[in-house]
Design a protein around this ligand. Structure first.
Ligand code: HEC
Length: 105
């Protein structure tokens, strides 16, 4: 019985984790790709105009916490907001997208 419970917990965890990973890439495609590009390189019209960094190179240096902060608080250059905060994303969404960003490299 104990073994079965452990197995169930492990399966549930795997399923949840995969669902999150999927959501992360879906949200990125919907909310972020128009600037950062689906591949994260920022080679879109908007990305070039706004001088988006290549997230495939920079994400690891920026780190998970700051990637999450970028979505929650937005990104400013001086006084200018260059990326607005994504207030509609839940905490779980933010974490899933940050994880996705870190896989872009
Ligand atoms: C309107 C265009 C735009 C959209 C949409 C956008 N960003 Fe950005 N983002 C920028 C710009 C401009 C910067 C500042 C330049 C840079 O750091 O690349 C930036 C910076 C960042 C950074 C770097 C922050 C730092 O501390 O250096 C991360 C991470 C990031 N964005 C993630 C995201 C994610 C995830 C989404 C989707 C939820 C998103 N962005 C949507 C334009 C955008």
């Amino acid at each position: 019985m104990k073994k079965l419970l452990q197995l169930t917990a492990a399966t549930l965890f795997a399923v949840t984790f995969n669902a999150n990973a999927e959501d992360g890439s879906a949200i990125f495609a919907k909310e972020c790709a128009k600037c950062h590009g689906a591949d994260g390189k920022g080679q879109t019209t908007m990305g070039k105009k706004l001088k988006c960094k290549d997230l495939t190179v920079e994400a690891a240096k920026i780190g998970e916490a700051k990637i999450e902060a970028a979505m929650k608080d937005g990104v400013k250059e001086g006084d200018k907001v260059v990326m607005k905060a994504f207030k509609d994303l839940s905490e779980a969404d933010v974490k899933a997208v940050a994880k996705h960003v870190l896989t872009l490299k």
